[in-house]
Design a protein around this ligand. Structure first.
Ligand code: ZN
Length: 343
């Protein structure tokens, strides 16, 4: 049976936070909010297990956003005075916090939810963190300085803090630490030049599996519009995969189904485990097992079957809950069909 996993995020229930948004407001505060986050985490763990996923996660229920959730526990960042910034090479504007001084981790970031999930499942547990280059692209800098030199300095500073949290997550019993680096698909030359090195700094010393997720973003309109400008063949991965293949990172999560990524680019990841995106996050239509098995069959032309993990293209956070649930179930049914077909 092909292993199955999700990229990371799942929709937040309407009693926890606003729905259909990338930066949703919480519906409660204080201890009541902490309780609600834990309830949502356990609920999604059960849904993932019931769907039959081999690798499960916390669904990112405890963080407002996949980048800013990590930043909330870092000293040297001013969250009170957010500024508007064009992110992902000005693809869309976001209100981002500002780096105003030396960065230091104030304590554990994700201990509560990681330990909660670990205590309630025996399945492989994957935990996601933002990658250093993507963090740098999602904060405003008032401290590390202009230009590429400043960006690199700040990325390695974040990488050190990510490493501290990643090592602690490993101690909590996490089996796979995944770093999300959508910025690698936007700044390909810099990703190969220093982004992968910063990623390796974040993963340094980990004995558990390490992964990186590189996507074309959530299924929001700004991303759908951007994808329409990328042409017939999306070859962004071609510039970054060779550097990743040489890196110490074990697994790479990429988009496949409904993308224009030439599948043969997966060959550039020789020796790595490949999380192949077989579920489209930009459409509410539920994939059929046949479609999923076909996508897996396509990937198998370039990836050995023991290294293939069936996955979603990206996180499911902005989707409706019932759609996400149906997609999880479809993912496992499709992987099962592929296992029969390609065993
Ligand atoms: Zn993604």
């Amino acid at each position: 049976m092909f292993r199955t996993a999700i990229a990371g995020s799942l929709p937040k229930p309407s009693w926890l936070a606003e729905t259909g948004k990338l930066w949703p407001e919480w519906k409660a505060a204080g201890p009541e909010l902490e309780r609600a986050k834990a309830d949502a985490t356990l609920l999604w763990l059960k849904v993932q297990e019931d769907a039959g996923l081999a690798i499960v996660g916390d669904g990112e229920q405890s963080r407002q956003h996949f980048v800013h959730g990590f930043l909330a526990r870092i000293e040297g960042i001013d969250f009170e005075h957010k500024v508007k910034m064009g992110i992902r090479n000005n693809r869309y504007d976001a209100m981002v916090p500002q780096v105003v001084g030396p960065l230091r981790l104030a304590g554990r970031v994700h201990a509560t939810e990681a330990r909660l999930v670990r205590a309630h499942t025996d399945r492989l547990l994957k935990f996601t963190l933002p990658g250093p280059m993507t963090i740098v692209d999602t904060v405003a800098d008032r401290y590390y300085g202009e230009g590429k030199a400043g960006r690199i300095k700040m990325a390695f500073a974040f990488a050190e803090l990510l490493n501290q949290e990643a090592l602690a997550l490993e101690s909590d019993g996490v089996d796979i630490v995944q770093f999300d680096e959508p910025a690698f698909n936007v700044y390909m030359a810099e990703a190969a030049e220093w982004g992968v090195a910063a990623l390796e700094r974040a993963a340094k010393g980990l004995r558990c599996k390490t992964a990186v997720h590189i996507c074309y973003g959530y299924g929001i309109q700004a991303n759908v519009d951007w994808k329409a400008t990328l042409g017939e063949q999306w070859r962004q991965y071609e510039q970054v995969f060779p550097a990743l293949a040489r890196s110490a990172i074990d697994q790479v999560s990429l988009e496949c189904f409904h993308s224009h990524v030439p599948p043969e680019l997966m060959r550039l990841l020789e020796g790595k485990e490949v999380m192949v995106g077989v579920i489209d996050v930009a459409s509410d239509r539920i994939e059929t097992p046949e479609e999923i098995a076909e996508t897996i069959g396509l990937a198998l032309q370039h990836v050995p079957k023991e290294r293939l993990i069936a996955c979603t293209n990206c996180g499911l956070a902005p989707m409706r809950r019932e759609v996400a649930e149906a997609k999880l179930a479809a993912l496992v049914r499709g992987a099962a069909l592929a296992s029969e077909r390609f065993a």
